[in-house]
Design a protein around this ligand. Sequence first.
Ligand code: BEZ
Length: 213
Amino acid sequence: MSTIRLGDEAPNFTAESTEGKIDFHNWLGDSWGILFSHPADYTPVCTTELGTVAKYKAKFDQRNVKVVALSVDGLQSHEGWINDINETQNTVVNFPIIADEDRKIATLYDMIHPNADSKLTVRSVFVIGPDKKIKLTITYPAATGRNFDELLRVIDSLQLTAYHKVATPANWNNGDDCVIVPSVTNEEIPRLFPKGYKEIKSYLRMTSQPNLN
Ligand code: BEZ
């Protein structure tokens, strides 16, 4: 078991998946990535989650994010279950699902929380940047389906910080004003934020979302 913290390199692995063998780092390439686990195939909440992820493919593509799911079930189980997901969720699963039967990856990423369930993975989420570093971890319990709009919101925030030197305030949503990161000096602001900014306090400087017209 290893603890994975923000800023750590995402441990690499090879795995069998429904789209063939994956070398995780090679598979990610220059993309952002989401690795997420679910407790088991043929379970109701997981069925809705994987259907939702399939429907969000274009939203992840727009953000240059590759998504891969994982559970400790085998490939045959995944393949049968995909038919059910496609049928019941009205979609086509368009991302790989890793078969981690020996729990190698679940152990590497600490996805089994024995006091919750001794054998099955919890609902872990890891967002990985193009530098292969861990940018976000979230853990949900088995009975709570994830909010994938929240994941998109966080990815938008992470990318605004990475590419535009802004952070996002409480309850921020796409289009709302952003916070200029503290490492930007007032002298740099006119060049970086030509649309202007508002200094509420010396440490609280707001600007309109920089990647919008
Ligand atoms: C589900 O995926 O539906 C689920 C799994 C474990 C406990 C409760 C729900």
